[in-house]
Ligand binder design. Structure first.
Ligand code: HEM
Length: 179
């Protein structure tokens, strides 16, 4: 996992809690704690930080991932304005993730292994987004979508219809956008 993800996690924790809380998490999670944005760090290191944060902050690991995704979006929008500016809604932004956003991320961060999502319109006007990754970060994806909705001042209701954590082969997120 690229260091930028750890950098943003640190920024979110320091912004919403404090530097001391971040240092404490690093100690308790028994991780290196010094991350350069272009560096590569093990997925276990992120998992350990998420599990430790959950214990310290009294949440589940899934809640931490979702909260991280929601909180990360405004910071990503500040760091990478050109990735957000072409879009007028979170729907357009999210639907560009495979073709534009993650390919741009791969150019900036060589070796980044970003997931590919399968989007499909569903009958009730919403969109389903299928996600498959060994990292099983579906709730991070959900948080990113919700954070994008806040950024564009619209609304995205996301429901997990299938989940790898529940034994399904892939995650299926149903997203209903409204103004
Ligand atoms: C709503 C839009 C987005 C969604 C749903 C999304 C989702 C995800 C997910 C779930 C991962 C975890 C990797 C995995 O599952 O295997 C990931 C990785 C990543 N994403 Fe996105 N993302 C979005 C937008 C962005 C944006 C705007 C950036 C801007 C920098 C970004 C940068 C990254 C990076 C750096 C990684 C780590 C890849 C690696 O370390 O190998 N993503 N994304």
């Amino acid at each position: 996992m690229k260091g930028i993800i750890f950098n943003v996690l640190e920024e979110v924790v320091v912004q919403q809690f404090s530097q001391d809380v971040w240092e404490d998490l690093i100690d308790k999670a028994e991780v290196g704690g010094a991350y350069t944005s272009l560096g590569n760090y093990s997925d276990e290191e992120l998992a350990s930080l998420v599990t430790t944060s959950a214990g310290v902050l009294g949440k589940t690991p899934g809640e931490i991932l979702r909260w991280f995704g929601q909180s990360a979006m405004p910071l990503l929008a500040t760091r990478f304005p050109s990735l957000f500016e072409p879009y007028k809604s979170s729907r357009d932004f999210v639907l560009s993730v495979n073709k534009i956003i993650h390919p741009e991320v791969r150019k900036l961060y060589a070796g980044a292994s970003c997931p590919f999502f399968h989007f499909k319109p569903s009958e009730n006007g919403s969109m389903t987004m299928a996600y498959h990754s060994q990292r099983k970060l579906c709730l991070l994806a959900q948080g990113f979508i919700e954070g994008a909705a806040s950024h564009y001042h619209d609304r995205a209701d996301v429901h997990h219809r299938e989940c790898m954590h529940g034994g399904d082969e892939k995650c299926l997120l149903e997203i209903k956008w409204s103004a």
